[in-house]
Design a protein around this ligand. Structure first.
Ligand code: PDD
Length: 288
């Protein structure tokens, strides 16, 4: 039976209870991380914990645990849930105050810490030659101006993703003022005339851990890559489009709205990158 972690204890999900006065419930006043593990080994844990620290700092919350404690909690939760290929979701909210007030509770209250796991589906990048690719649609980016914070305030992302699903797509690629920002829960790459392009880090996008790894792999393997703005026209004329996230890794998008992307099949640069990604993952997680 699966187990979750809440405020110091491991328990069955049905036993986990949070107060309705929790600021996560009332104000979406919290931040989160999603960390994949393969073969039970946490993937890029330091990078995820560094981003967690940054998110907490940006919303003026103390970190309830140091890195060693986070690692121990993640590892114990993974083990209690059977190990293998699994992702850890962890969330910290500002905690439950006695009254509802937009301003932070004074004196501060104890933060709420919740963690759970989910199985990781077999990613497309694991089998580059048989991957079929997926559809995405474009939508206006209706989110706030601090998308670099991994906040649990995901209503706009949820509304956008639902529109994508209703259109038979796996993701909504978002446009702000005529430029690509990111996906509703992923970062975006295109191939433009042989160059791999992704928008630069800014307040408009989440600094994706998978994005950063793809950038690193491109550089390590001599693939031409630029971090620069992508216009709507460049997106629509791209030879390849990829989306990246910790739970999906690197997914080729073969249809954008009603049009094929490039040849309408996963492109050659995606296949090359996918091979490097899988090799990196296998080496790091002892899967070879
Ligand atoms: N989301 N951008 C947004 C808005 C995201 O929500 C995510 C990931 C990413 C990719 O980041 P990373 O490579 O670090 O996973 C980019 C997670 C998986 C989620 O909300 O479940």
């Amino acid at each position: 039976m699966s187990q979750v972690y809440l405020n110091g204890a491991f328990m069955a999900p049905e036993a986990a209870q949070v107060s309705p006065m929790d600021r996560g419930f009332l104000f979406a006043d919290g931040i989160y991380e999603v960390i994949p593990a393969y073969n039970g080994v946490l993937f890029r844990l330091d990078e995820h914990l560094e981003r967690l620290e940054r998110s907490l700092r940006e919303v003026a919350m103390d970190n309830p645990h140091d890195r060693q404690q986070w690692q121990a909690l993640c590892e114990e939760l993974i083990e209690r849930n059977g190990g293998g290929n699994i992702s850890v979701y962890l969330q910290i909210t500002r905690g439950a105050a006695l009254k509802r007030d937009h301003a932070f509770p004074e004196p501060p209250v104890t933060p709420t810490v919740f963690m759970m796991t989910s199985p990781v589906a077999v990613p497309a990048a694991d089998s580059p030659d048989s991957a079929s690719g997926s559809k995405a649609i474009t939508l206006d980016d209706i989110r706030w101006a601090r998308c670099d914070i991994k906040s649990v305030s995901l209503l706009p992302n949820s509304l956008l993703r639902q529109q994508a699903v209703a259109a038979g797509a796996i993701e909504a690629i978002l446009l702000r003022d005529g430029f690509v920002t990111e996906g509703s829960a992923s970062n975006v790459f295109i191939v433009d005339d042989g160059t791999i392009v992704t928008p630069p880090r800014s307040h408009a996008i989440l600094g994706g851990i998978t994005r950063d790894l793809v950038v690193e792999l491109c550089r390590d393997h001599g693939l031409a890559l630029e971090e620069r703005e992508i216009t709507e026209a460049q997106l629509k004329q791209a030879d390849e489009i990829w989306i990246t996230s910790s739970t999906r890794e690197v997914v080729p998008i073969i249809q954008l709205n009603d049009h094929p992307v490039g040849s309408g099949a996963p492109g050659p640069l995606w296949k090359t990158l996918a091979r490097h990604y899988v090799q990196f993952k296998r080496r790091l997680c002892g899967l070879e």
